[in-house]
Ligand binder design. Structure first.
Ligand code: CAA
Length: 396
């Protein structure tokens, strides 16, 4: 990657302050709660109330980044947004967020789209840019994941944003040179035509596409670097639902077994190298572009000092499909990356929402409650609260 080491110098998270318990969703969908909790590994889904969208979430994640790390807005020369739930077909989220944050006008802004791979594609572009200039680049992954009510994808929904600052000589994660361990295959496993808020998905087929892309990109990575997945202290995957990580690890075990003996059981390996990051995804749900980086934040919050300089393997998958396997090394000073992402604070102060409110919020988002507006109720611990139109109606 040239003369410079490039990677993540700051990272922060925004999670909407509301959640639905998947037990409540299972009850409403007349399903055994263990189907969602054990079968998919999901526990709660973060819910964005009307009034929040991928723009506001991206801006919140960036605000946290500027508050928590020493970054001057003047040094930013690029802002890229990875999203698949944009609010406009022409104007990028990046442009609106650039205005909200007051970033310098000598700055390139654009959205990068390829389903959940968008943010990783953006990260690659940002790394190339940073390597060639004296400035920093921001990448924000921001999405609200919606599937049809009662559909198999519904329990995997989530909402949130992750903001990343890419700089030279980064303190958090230095990427090893990217070796083009990328894989594209045109498939209709998951897509969302412009008139729809929720995705159309062939769920079981999408799982097969994900695993096929993982195998192919891992083999490219292995061949180009001489590294195997056994070299990593932790493995981070795109997480549509936490159980997917176990399926992914199982596939890597199978592939690697063609070359050498894998010296640990799947269960033991999963517990040691994959599970430590997954609690965040289980609490939040799928945040599409940000899902892999939410896992990274989960790890950065719970890692130990002894994880300094640990080598991480990362796999990014976007339906449609495009995928990439890459790796990076944690910084040598844990004080620079332990517990600074804002994730734990965001998870601590959330409010539980009823199934009925969840449905009402969705209907409002999908424009099915004609003309009625959500009412701003006030602030609770600095966070915005809303009443739903349905509740307002029942009171009047
Ligand atoms: N107790 C314990 N486990 C149970 C159970 C119970 N009572 N009932 C079911 N299960 C288990 C099943 O045995 C199954 O386990 P395995 O996967 O280990 O076999 C698991 O729960 C899932 O159950 P089903 O096979 O019946 O599948 P489902 O109807 O729950 O649908 C899904 C699963 C297809 C993934 C669906 O959630 C979906 O469509 N999700 C959206 C698409 C998606 O996430 N795809 C992932 C790859 S694509 C991608 O990654 C991009 C992206 O972000 C969308």
């Amino acid at each position: 990657m040239g003369n410079y080491e490039v990677g993540i110098d700051a990272i922060s998270v925004y999670i909407p302050p509301y959640y639905l318990e998947l037990k409540d969703l299972a009850l409403a969908n007349r399903t055994d709660p263990d189907h969602y909790l054990v079968g998919l590994g999901c526990r709660r889904m973060a819910l964005a109330p009307p009034g929040e969208d991928p723009v506001t979430m991206a801006a919140e994640a960036l605000e946290t980044l500027f508050e928590r790390y020493a970054v001057s807005k003047g040094e930013i020369g690029m802002l890229l947004v990875g999203t698949e739930s944009s609010v406009d077909e022409a104007k990028p989220v990046a442009s609106i967020v650039h205005g909200l944050l007051g970033l310098p006008s000598r700055c390139r802004t654009l959205d990068v789209k390829h389903a959940c791979y968008g943010a990783t594609g953006a990260l690659r572009l940002a790394c190339d840019y940073v390597e060639k200039t004296a400035r920093g680049a921001l990448v924000v992954a921001t999405d609200i994941a919606l599937y049809d009510i009662g559909s198999p994808g519904e329990p995997t929904q989530g909402a949130g944003a992750v903001a990343i600052l890419v700089r030279k000589n980064p303190k958090i994660l230095t990427f090893e040179p990217f070796v083009e361990a990328v894989y594209t295959r045109h498939v209709w496993d998951f897509f969302r035509p412009p008139h729809r808020q929720s995705a159309i998905v062939d769920g079981h087929f999408s799982v097969q596409c994900y695993l096929e892309a993982l195998e192919a990109s891992y083999l490219f990575f292995r061949e180009a670097t001489g590294r195997s997945f056994l070299d990593f202290q932790y493995l981070l995957f795109h997480i549509p639902f936490p159980k997917m990580a176990k399926k992914a690890l199982a596939r890597l075990h199978q592939v690697e077994a063609r070359f050498s003996e894998v010296p640990c059981s799947l269960e033991e390996d999963f517990e040691r190298r994959v599970e430590p990051a997954l609690y965040a995804n289980a609490e939040v749900g799928n945040i599409y572009c940000g899902s892999l980086y939410l896992s990274l934040c989960g790890l950065l919050e719970r890692a130990q000092d002894s994880d300094a300089s640990a080598l991480l393997g990362l796999f990014s998958y976007g339906s449609g499909s495009c995928a990439e396997f890459f790796c990076g090394r944690l910084g040598p000073d844990p004080n620079a990356w332990l517990g600074q992402t804002g994730l734990l604070e965001a998870l601590k102060d959330r409010k539980r929402v009823t199934y009925e409110d969840y449905v009402a919020w969705r209907e409002a988002r999908e424009g099915e409650i004609g003309g009625k507006r959500f009412r701003f109720k006030g602030l609770d611990k600095g966070r915005r609260l809303y009443t739903s139109p349905k509740r307002d109606e029942s009171r009047s």
